[in-house]
Design a protein around this ligand. Structure first.
Ligand code: SAM
Length: 263
């Protein structure tokens, strides 16, 4: 099994890579509700759909000073794998938010099945119906590239308590991409923009964050979890194939970094 960028998994003879989803519309006007890529990920119910998967999440939280019963927000929580882990492991008071209704339904089902008191809210990270200074930690795992980053970071900053920590595992390019390539990547995945490390640092600084740290961890890998819907349209397998083609075609260009910072 080869690991190119994100985690590969396999299903019904298709190999695929866990990747990311969309927001309402990106700059090119791709609507989230009509995004086939979003449907593909949601309908397959990929848990741990970020580089390194749950094992990387575990390592990142081990390195933090968690304290007792912290309040944690998982933005773009998907099917809720990370939120459930944090609630179980740290007896944390966890909230997960996600814009996609299929993801939200799967996350809620997980919490109910495991009797976990995790709140799951369907909303956008760009406008969260929760009060200022609520959380000790906020985590974003492969979400910010799909949203308006300044808006999302402003909300994340608002929702964090003073001294609170923000951890993000996010798509990062190493150099500006050729216009044609960038367009193809953005259109297929629904990225709002493709950012380099320095762009991310500027964004965190502009939002008011301090002590920005960038890490790279290529050695951690997790087998992705799948929770299929019963009604997977055949065309979503084609989306998966196209996604795999993109990964092979742009191997080396698509990468990620782990960012952490403090309010
Ligand atoms: C690649 S998935 C990652 C899911 C989860 N963080 C994980 O690692 O398994 C990206 C998630 O971000 C969500 N998302 C995209 N745009 C969003 C937005 N504007 N607000 C909240 N969630 C969003 C998608 O619905 C999707 O569940």
């Amino acid at each position: 099994m080869k690991v190119l960028y994100y985690n590969f998994g396999s299903c019904r003879n298709h190999t695929f890579l866990n990747f990311i989803l969309y927001k309402n519309t990106n700059k090119e006007g791709i609507p989230i509700q009509n995004s086939k890529y979003l449907e593909f990920l949601a309908k397959f119910g990929v848990g741990g759909a970020h580089p390194g998967g749950l094992n990387l999440t575990k390592e990142l939280f081990k390195a933090e000073n968690i304290g007792e019963n912290p309040y944690i927000l998982d933005v773009g929580c998907g099917t809720g794998q990370t939120a459930a882990y944090l609630a179980e492991t740290y007896e944390a008071k966890v909230t997960g938010i996600d814009i996609n209704s299929v993801m939200v339904a799967k996350a809620k089902k997980r919490m109910k099945k495991n009797r976990l008191p995790v709140k799951i809210i369907q909303c956008s990270i760009e406008q969260v119906p929760l009060p200022d200074h609520t959380f000790d930690f906020i985590i974003s795992e492969s979400v910010l590239s799909f949203v308006n980053k300044p808006n999302a970071l402003k909300e994340i900053f608002r929702l964090l308590k003073n001294g609170g920590r923000f951890i993000a595992i996010e798509f990062t390019i190493h150099q500006p991409l050729e216009e044609k390539i960038e367009k193809e990547i953005k259109e297929f995945y629904g990225f709002d923009s493709c950012s380099m490390k320095k762009d991310w640092v500027d964004l965190f600084n502009q939002a008011g964050f301090k002590h920005i740290r960038i890490q790279k961890n290529k050695s951690i890998f997790s087998i992705p979890e799948l929770n299929h819907s019963e009604d997977i349209e055949p065309e979503l397998y084609e989306v998966m194939d196209k996604h795999f083609e993109m990964i092979l075609k742009y191997e080396g260009l698509l990468d990620y970094r782990i960012y952490s910072c403090t309010k």
